[in-house]
Design a protein around this ligand. Structure first.
Ligand code: HEC
Ligand code: HEC
Length: 254
């Protein structure tokens, strides 16, 4: 999961560095049949784990599921297909986000700048509209009553999420970001533990916690969290493979 997002968010100059920081090659190894066949922006040799991490971030940032962008009907699972408009739009968005990050510092004349991510604009919405924009449009088209009704509905749905997202993935993503920035496990672990305190059902957090523990050499602790993740989401094949990759990567890297 390390260094995942910078693969396409980092400025070109930093990309070589980011690639150099990628985990041991063993973690990037994958079975032939799992190899992505239609990557135009992400690196073709991205590990399964990193790819899934990027995709999970898309889900969280836009408040959608994988099938928002991918063809996932019963009997037809085709992640490589570009059939869905949202997937094609997402590629444009990846380019947009990269270009913002490439130029932000120059444009405002500072070296240290924040990194723009999908969630910076989307905040958990597939269409990052503002309340002002939405209500004005509705009031113009359908009148005040419709706008008031819409306000109430949106408030029920989004209240408290506009500024900061306190949802299940927020601390998990924070911990992943910290890992990518190579912060010490001692800094990352308490955040993951806090997330499990708040969201004991968060399988992704169990996986991440297991991973950090494994890196610290705590095999038993790691196994317990991997098992709990599998228990919580027995049908999640992505998660199972993620765990396998972590275990494989750990064998190879130590
Ligand atoms: C907002 C849209 C969006 C969402 C949501 C999304 N993806 Fe993707 N996915 C993409 C785009 C765009 C690409 C291609 C990236 C590129 O061209 O480098 C992609 C590529 C992939 C690929 C590689 C396919 C291939 O063979 O080239 C896989 C696998 C994948 N996604 C899985 C997932 C999974 C699993 C989820 C849910 C956890 C998910 N995606 C959610 C947009 C999305
Ligand atoms: C600078 C702000 C910004 C960033 C960063 C951003 N988006 Fe967007 N995104 C928008 C806006 C604004 C729209 C709506 C465009 C429209 O329909 O008028 C949009 C629309 C989309 C859509 C299409 C929605 C639809 O209804 O078709 C997808 C998919 C999407 N974004 C995915 C992403 C992904 C994935 C990322 C990160 C790689 C991302 N966006 C980053 C601002 C942003």
């Amino acid at each position: 999961m390390q260094n995942r997002r910078p693969l396409f968010f980092a400025p070109d100059a930093a990309l070589a560095l980011v690639l150099a920081l990628l985990p041991a090659p063993s973690r990037a190894q994958r079975h032939e049949d799992e190899k992505p066949t239609n990557l135009k922006i992400l690196p073709a040799d991205i590990s399964h784990e990193d790819l899934h991490g990027v995709m999970e971030e898309f889900n969280a940032a836009l408040g959608v599921r994988c099938d928002h962008c991918h063809v996932l009907a019963p009997g037809k699972r085709d992640f490589a297909s570009d059939e869905k408009e949202h997937k094609r739009a997402a590629r444009g968005m990846m380019r947009l986000t990269k270009s913002i990050n490439d130029s932000l510092g120059t444009l405002i004349g500072r070296e240290e700048v924040m990194k723009v991510e999908c969630v910076t604009c989307h905040r958990g919405q597939d269409e990052p509209r503002t309340l002002r924009g939405v209500l004005t449009a509705t009031a113009t088209k359908e009148g005040a009553e419709a706008a008031v009704k819409q306000y109430r509905e949106l408030r029920d749905q989004y209240y408290g999420r506009g500024g900061y997202d306190f949802g299940e993935n927020a601390l998990l993503e924070t911990a992943r970001e910290m890992e990518r920035r190579q912060l010490e496990p001692a800094v990352v672990l308490p955040l993951l533990r806090l997330n499990l305190e708040l969201f004991p059902q968060s399988a992704g957090t169990h996986v991440q916690l297991g991973r950090v523990l494994l890196e610290q050499g705590d095999q038993a602790g790691a196994t317990a969290h991997f098992e709990e993740a599998k228990r919580l989401q027995p049908d999640n094949r992505w998660l199972q493979r993620q765990i396998q990759e972590i275990l494989k990567g750990n064998e190879g890297g130590h």
